[in-house]
Design a protein around this ligand. Structure first.
Ligand code: ADP
Ligand code: MG
Length: 367
């Protein structure tokens, strides 16, 4: 491993991706849980140079054979976060740029993917003491709005939805999105929403979230462009805490189809199908196959800045899940998105004969 480490360290550090229409893919390793320690888990993941992820130990012979078959023991991502990484660092590296883009009228989305217990909800929602991406994004958004507008012309709409068993449920205010006036109550609001999420016992864990939670923040505001037209800009940020991936691990189309009849998460499968179709450059992307993909149609593969965070456990007892999650994330790196333009609509043009219009005409002549 030391040898690997020295090779990894001498590798050129690529620039952050995304400009070429690639989606950004990150991996976050969580600390070993007390329960995992108690049963004698060993750590099977090593993160080097904040980019490279190595699978180092296997729970048993089967895992070892799988590893050989899939040839996957080294992965590299836009950034990989070791277990000591703070919530703040995860937010600034993965999402802060998206918040800025959303304020320019663009769409952005962040997905957390991984097995149950891998740290998705911790990353997205966090705790009161260590708030996660959802809370930090909204706080940042309000700070930025305050810095740039003294006339209060930004309107912030917020909705927190759940997709469970192909039914969409509002976790906050049945019927319509809330208009959010400040960031103070966001943590309480989202925690309340999260308590409304559907959970269900599974054999593997005491409770397992089989629902997807989608926080959408829409920012609408008016600006004047260089020609003094009044422009309405709308940016949308979607933050998605996906259901546990343990029952939908297939990355190829054939296995996916064979799983469809089984009692697994249809939306998660549909998401994987869409990703496969996007990676393969297919013309038809099957967004309509599930509620989740219908809701996120404009946030996946469309004109949108997309970020994936794959969450993993360090324990060798979760080796299989971790390897599957890393394979999924590795594949997601190949998705290309369309150029992300601002969502703008011209509301008013200056009247002819006014000072503004005269000035504009003069400027146009000069050019
Ligand atoms: P998931 O949503 O993927 O099922 P959770 O986010 O609920 O998993 O995480 C499982 C447990 O691990 C929780 O008790 C959570 O607080 C803890 N945990 C997850 N990630 C971290 C982390 N980065 N640092 C500290 N504790 C974490
Ligand atoms: Mg969760």
């Amino acid at each position: 491993l030391e040898k690997i480490e020295s090779i990894a360290c001498t590798e050129k550090n690529g620039t952050m991706g995304g400009d070429d229409g690639r989606i950004l893919v990150f991996v976050r390793l969580r600390p070993m849980a007390k329960k995992e320690k108690e049963v004698g888990s060993r750590c099977c993941v090593k993160i080097v140079n904040k980019r490279d992820v190595y699978l180092t130990e296997f729970a048993n012979e089967n895992d070892y054979l799988r590893l050989k078959r899939l040839r996957g023991r080294h992965f590299t991502f836009d950034a990989s976060f070791p277990d000591s990484t703070s919530q703040h660092e995860v937010y600034t590296t993965t999402t802060a740029d998206l918040v800025e883009a959303v304020l320019q009228g663009r769409n952005g989305s962040v997905f957390c993917y991984g097995a149950t217990g891998a740290g998705k909800t911790y990353t997205m929602l966090g705790t009161v003491d260590n708030p996660g991406v959802m809370v930090l994004a909204i706080k940042d958004l309000f700070t930025k709005i305050r810095q740039r507008s003294c006339d209060g012309n930004h309107v912030v709409h917020l909705s927190y939805l759940e997709v469970y068993n192909e039914t969409v449920r509002d976790l906050l205010s049945p019927g319509r999105p809330l208009v959010l006036r400040e960031d103070k109550q966001v943590m309480a609001l989202l925690q309340r929403g999260n308590q409304n999420r559907t959970t269900e016992p599974t054999c593997a864990n005491e409770t397992s979230s089989r629902s997807h939670a989608i926080l959408q923040v829409v920012i609408e505001y008016r600006v004047k462009d260089a020609s003094m037209n009044v422009i309405n800009r709308v940016g949308k940020l979607s933050l998605i805490d996906l259901a546990g991936s343990e029952r939908a691990l297939a990355t190829d189309q054939r296995t996916l189809r064979s799983l469809e009849g089984a009692n697994i998460n249809r939306s998660l499968l549909a998401l994987s199908s869409c990703i496969n179709a996007l990676v393969e450059g297919k013309k038809h992307i099957p967004y309509r196959n599930s509620k989740l993909t219908q809701l996120l149609k404009d946030s996946l593969g469309g004109a949108c800045n997309t970020v994936m965070i794959a969450n993993i456990s360090p324990s060798n007892l979760s080796f299989g899940e971790t390897q599957n999650t890393l394979h999924w994330a590795d594949r997601a790196k190949e998705i290309r998105t369309k150029a992300c333009e601002a969502n703008e609509e011209v509301l008013e043009v200056p009247e002819s004969g006014t000072d503004q219009a005269k000035l504009l005409l003069e400027l146009q002549k000069e050019n």
